[in-house]
Design a protein around this ligand. Structure first.
Ligand code: ATP
Length: 288
């Protein structure tokens, strides 16, 4: 599905032309992923609309990370297709995939900063690598803009990652992910390892980033507070080996406010953090 948009010049005035833009940034069609003879994902169908903030939840090992990597072309599905902004990832060359990756900002669980570089150089890195036309004045301007947006003081740019707290490093990771002005931001466990206050600072930043930019976001998280607060849609995956024959692997796909009242008791148990039948399974030696 697509929508017609008016094109505008640099001053925001309509040019009188229209372009068709697909409503979905990502379309996942009948995707299955197998590793070593084991199906991790099976028959996944879903679309992610532009500007949506999607939280992906589910117990350890259910396939959240595999799904996230499949969305961005880091894993090629065994069967099925993923399209990013209308381009089918399966059929693209390495350079075309690299071009799409430049449109995706990753905020990694451990921030994944370069220890030997200053914070300034860490944030500038993707810009210097990918945009040869950006002069040092522009690099400085954009680095300082994003450092300010994530609520860090200017002088932090002279420090090295080891001199910062975990929460500050995560904020630097977000500034770095934003510097190429991505269409998609992928957050991998953004609040893991942070205290409740710093977790909420990160949650607010995720929301603030969405208010500032028309970015689509995918947030993989175990933190139900984060899932409820930042997303407008939640997907809950379930491990394939625990499903009944013919059941969908996505147990829940809806708004965060509907999670508590989900029809499926496995969803309600998960969001409330109740072990349920797992306790009796442990007694029988069935746990993973
Ligand atoms: N490259 C790989 N090769 C083989 N198996 C893999 C690979 N990547 C993931 N798996 C398997 O796929 C399953 C799902 O892993 P995944 O990392 O997606 O889980 P997850 O839901 O993200 O878990 P967690 O919340 O603990 O991070 C696991 O059984 C894992 O061992």
């Amino acid at each position: 599905m697509s929508t017609e948009f008016e094109t505008r010049d640099d001053f925001g005035t309509s040019t009188g032309n229209t372009v068709a833009i697909a409503e979905n940034l990502i379309e996942v069609s009948d995707v299955s992923v197998q590793f070593g003879g084991q199906w991790i994902l099976r028959d996944i169908d879903l679309n992610i609309a532009r500007g949506q903030t999607l939280a992906i939840i589910g117990e350890s090992g259910c396939g959240k990370t595999v799904f996230m990597k499949t969305l961005v072309g880091l894993i090629t599905p065994t069967t099925g297709t993923v399209s990013f902004d209308g381009s089918r990832l399966n059929g693209l060359s390495q350079s075309e995939i690299a071009e799409i990756r430049r449109r995706i900002g990753f905020v990694f669980q451990n921030a994944a900063l370069f220890d030997s570089m200053s914070i300034f150089d860490n944030v500038a890195f993707p810009l210097r690598q990918n945009d040869a036309s950006a002069g040092e004045d522009e690099v400085r301007e954009r680095v300082m803009q994003h450092i300010a947006e994530v609520g860090l003081p200017k002088d932090v740019t002279r420090k090295r990652p080891a001199e910062l707290s975990g929460g500050m490093r995560k904020r630097v990771g977000l500034a770095r992910a934003l510097i190429l002005r991505p269409d998609l931001l992928v957050y991998d466990e953004p609040t893991t390892g942070l205290d409740p206050i710093m977790s909420d600072v990160i949650n607010e930043l995720i929301m603030d980033t969405r208010r500032r930019y028309p970015v689509t976001s995918v947030v993989v998280t175990h933190d139900m507070h984060t899932a409820r607060k930042v997303s407008d849609r939640v997907l809950m995956f379930y491990p394939r080996r625990r499903l009944e024959e013919g059941e969908s692997q996505i147990l829940f796909d809806g708004s965060p406010s509907d999670l508590e009242h989900a029809v499926d008791s496995r969803v309600r148990q998960f969001v409330r953090g109740e072990a349920g039948e797992r306790l009796s399974e442990m007694g029988r030696g069935l746990e993973d």
